[in-house]
Design a binder for this molecule. Structure first.
Ligand code: SF4
Ligand code: SF4
Length: 457
């Protein structure tokens, strides 16, 4: 049994006056790499929106140093600036000193949750979400089922029209509820076999939110993989990867979730673990850091981290079958742009493969949009907790999508899909949000239907 008092690699301490206390403290070595050059400021979404130093990477690191050196306590105001960070890691990509900002902020948040006492409502919501629901797939499914009934039965329409929803607990958040899929994706140990020769055998992560909101996309992932000669196994014992917990500072539960998935995914030998949600892939590739001081799991965590592949990365490496079905309509190409999900483009540094897939699809005119690497404001649970900044960034993103003239914005993460759909709807704009994999799957399907891949309009 592993104890949570075991220290992470971010616990090396240089100062005995530090106000970071207990396990999971940010590493001074990491924070003192920052030389205050300011190169990161112009890529930081919260700095771009506010122009405030305290809402920049450099400002947040300065606050960490102040706490580390005992010049400041972990106060409400300091926590507010750290909470405002989206953990998009845009700063990490441009930093010439190699500040591992994602690791720093994750450890900082974990320490905040140990040392700082949040208000009653926040504590209750965090306990329910991070400890009660996310680690428990069956409970998540039950809640998802109830919410789907609420949406599809007409109750949602009545509750919104009458204003009754405002009286319900958490009613103010109801407007952010994403549309749940008609069918949830269930991990039941199923195996999806390709028709022909098997080129690779993989395991697939279903995840938590994506299974409920975009189960059809996970089905598309299995079809695309099988089409490319890949046998897909979906382990039943898997659960949520722990990304939302890790990003919110709930590292103990994140570790429990990681251990569960490590056991589930190492149960059979596979060539890769495929992840279709950028945030989950990024966390699973860092499981060995999360469990660095767990002697029972650290090596297994490193194996899982090594095996984990983002679906776009995997297909590009495999050399995918060229799609033949055109997505043009009435002779007109579908204009598609791409939003780099932060945890794909920045945390995993995967930017070319999704574009390669999109450019391979006939009947697509691919256009880049401005600021495709700037966070859309989703950032896991951020859109629920930091609603003001999330709305501002959503609006900013919708403006960039519209300016690109695209009919479709493609992306690679459920939170980004939901955030951009809601932002475009609020802006009254009709551009669609699609997963890259759904577009690829549609092209394969149309190619099969048409035989020659001609325009189906
Ligand atoms: S770019 Fe790096 S070194 Fe420069 S201020 Fe930002 S975090 Fe510090
Ligand atoms: S992670 Fe993103 S929001 Fe946070 S400081 Fe870095 S660039 Fe800014």
């Amino acid at each position: 049994m592993t104890t949570e008092s075991q220290q992470s690699p971010t616990t090396a301490r240089t100062s005995n006056t530090s106000n970071f206390r207990g396990p999971d403290v940010p590493s001074p070595e990491d924070m003192y790499k920052c030389v205050h050059c300011g190169f990161c400021l112009q890529v930081c979404p919260t700095y771009l929106e506010t122009g405030l130093e305290a809402e920049s990477p450099r400002g947040r690191i300065a606050l960490m140093k102040a706490v580390e050196e005992g010049r400041a306590e972990i106060s409400e105001s300091i926590v507010g600036h750290w909470d405002m960070c989206l953990q998009c890691r845009a700063c990490e990509v441009v930093c010439p000193s190699g500040v591992p900002y994602g690791r720093l902020m994750e450890a900082t948040r974990a320490n905040v949750e140990r040392v700082f006492k949040r208000g009653f409502k926040a504590r209750r919501a965090r306990s329910m979400g991070f400890k009660g629901v996310l680690p428990n797939p069956k409970r998540l499914d039950r809640i998802g089922g109830l919410l789907r009934f609420y949406q599809k039965s007409g109750l949602q329409t009545i509750a919104r029209k009458t204003g009754a929803i405002r009286l319900a607990p958490g009613g103010s958040l109801e407007k952010y509820l994403p549309e749940l899929g008609d069918k949830f994706f269930v991990a039941s140990g199923q195996i999806i076999r390709p028709a022909g020769k098997v080129r690779a055998r993989v395991a697939l992560l279903g995840g938590c939110v994506m299974r409920l909101t975009h189960g059809a996309t996970l089905e598309a992932v299995t079809r695309v993989l099988a089409r490319n000669g890949v046998e897909v196994y979906v382990p039943e014992a898997q659960g949520c990867c722990g990304a939302l917990n890790a990003h919110a500072g709930e590292r103990d539960t994140a570790r429990e979730m990681a251990r569960r998935n490590i056991d589930a995914f190492l149960e059979v030998e596979t060539d890769a673990i495929i992840v279709a949600s950028a945030g989950c892939g990024s966390t699973m590739k860092e499981y060995h850091e999360l469990l660095a001081n767990d002697p029972e799991y650290v090596e297994k965590a490193a194996v899982v981290a090594e095996l984990t592949k983002d679906i776009h990365e995997f297909l590009a490496d495999l050399t995918f079958e060229p799609p033949r079905g055109s997505l043009a309509t009435e002779g007109k190409d579908l204009k598609v742009t791409y939003q780099d999900s932060c945890h794909l483009g920045q945390a995993q540094r995967i930017t070319a493969p999704p574009r390669e897939l999109l450019n391979a699809i006939p009947g697509i005119e691919f256009v880049e949009m401005e600021e495709s690497m700037v966070c859309c404001g989703s950032a896991g649970t951020y859109s629920l907790i930091e609603q003001g900044m999330s709305l501002r960034l959503g609006r900013r993103k919708a403006e960039r999508i519209v300016a690109s003239g695209a009919d479709v914005v493609a992306t690679a993460n459920p939170g980004c899909v939901i955030q951009m759909e809601q932002a475009l709807a609020r802006a009254g704009e009709g551009a669609q949000v699609r997963y890259v994999i759904d577009l690829l799957d549609e092209s394969y399907r149309r190619g099969d239907e048409d035989g020659d891949g001609a325009d189906t309009s």
